[in-house]
Design a protein around this ligand. Structure first.
Ligand SMILES: C[S@@+](CC[C@H](N)C(=O)[O-])C[C@H]1O[C@@H](n2cnc3c(N)ncnc32)[C@H](O)[C@@H]1O
Length: 290
């Protein structure tokens, strides 16, 4: 079968649910993943054909896309901060706004803090933040914590494939197991977290690819206590960050003011909210001020 004909099938099946360009992107990603056929190859060889068996693989992927399964889970891989990450449906797919958070950490005046940096990523998921920071700060000691055993396995693999050393620990950050604190021993220079922050009341705004396929453990919090992770982590940060150490969070865009209040209550200074590329308040930073 000619790949160009299958591309038309993709448009017929998916254009009602996705942008046309996104459909093309899915199609080219699938051709690259299964057959190592690049977009440019199809442009040069419009009659490029595959066998019936090979076509079957592409049509299975098409069925999954019709069910709104994220392409990153289908292809088991994604990119974050210029690095390749393996993903499965036990971990959140890394988002562009989280790349912006990593960029903010990197551009902060870390040279004022002693080297080597000690960095803790809480709710590490795929390990994207921890791994990207370990890659950038070559001499840093980086730790990642997650409650999910499966996420820890994925994060470990991602650190390995990106050739960095990160120590991952499975633990519940809400109960803050004293053995983890003992494990950490020395204070941190940076604590970063992108914890679950979507309120149940916000579920109806979510797209089916997220709501029906990404892990709810990574996404949702009760309407009654939407900052529960932030409260626990901020409290932990007051005990485990050095003086002048930095606390960074990705946040719910509707809870920016509450987050500023939370950090100020815990005596953090130079508290700053930051907007993402869509001008939504999506990040906050504070400086430990014991
Ligand atoms: C929003 S995801 C962030 C994943 C990754 N850091 C990222 O930015 O793509 C939140 C993560 O917090 C983890 N998590 C949820 N509850 C937790 C808890 N009680 N203790 C530790 N981690 C938790 C989830 O398993 C999930 O991996």
């Amino acid at each position: 079968m000619k790949l160009k004909a299958i591309q038309q099938d993709f448009h017929k099946a998916l254009d009602a649910d996705y942008d046309k360009e996104e459909v093309d992107q899915f199609f080219f990603m699938i051709c690259d993943y299964y057959f190592n056929v690049k977009r440019i190859t199809l442009a040069i060889q419009p009659d490029y054909a595959i066998s019936e068996d090979e076509a079957e693989l592409v049509f299975q992927a098409l069925e999954a896309l019709k069910r709104h399964e994220p392409i990153q889970y289908l292809l088991k891989t994604t990119e974050f901060f210029g690095l390749t990450f393996q993903v499965n449906n036990q971990v959140l797919i890394p988002r562009p706004e989280t790349e912006e958070l990593v960029a903010w950490i990197i551009e902060s005046k870390l040279e004022e803090i002693k080297a080597p940096l000690r960095i803790l990523d809480i709710g590490t998921g795929s390990g994207c933040i921890a791994t990207a920071l370990a890659k950038h700060f070559e001499h840093a000691e980086v730790f990642g914590v997650d409650i999910s055993e499966e996420a820890i396995k994925v994060a470990q693999r991602n650190a390995e494939i990106n050739n960095v050393s990160v120590r991952f620990i499975q633990s519940d950050i809400l109960t803050v197991d004293p053995t983890i604190i003992a494990d950490f021993a020395l204070p941190f220079d940076i604590i970063v977290s992108n914890p679950p922050y979507v309120r149940e009341m916000e579920k109806q705004q979510m797209k089916p690819n997220v709501l029906n396929h990404e892990p709810h453990l990574a996404l949702f919090v009760d309407d009654a206590n939407p900052l529960k992770f932030y409260k626990a982590i901020t409290d932990l940060a007051t005990k485990t960050l050095v003086e002048g150490g930095l606390l960074f969070f990705e946040i719910n865009e509707y809870l920016g003011n509450d987050m500023v209040a939370l950090l100020l209550e815990h005596k953090f200074k130079d508290v700053a909210l930051r907007r993402d590329m869509f001008k939504r308040n999506r990040m906050i930073k504070g400086v430990q001020n014991k």
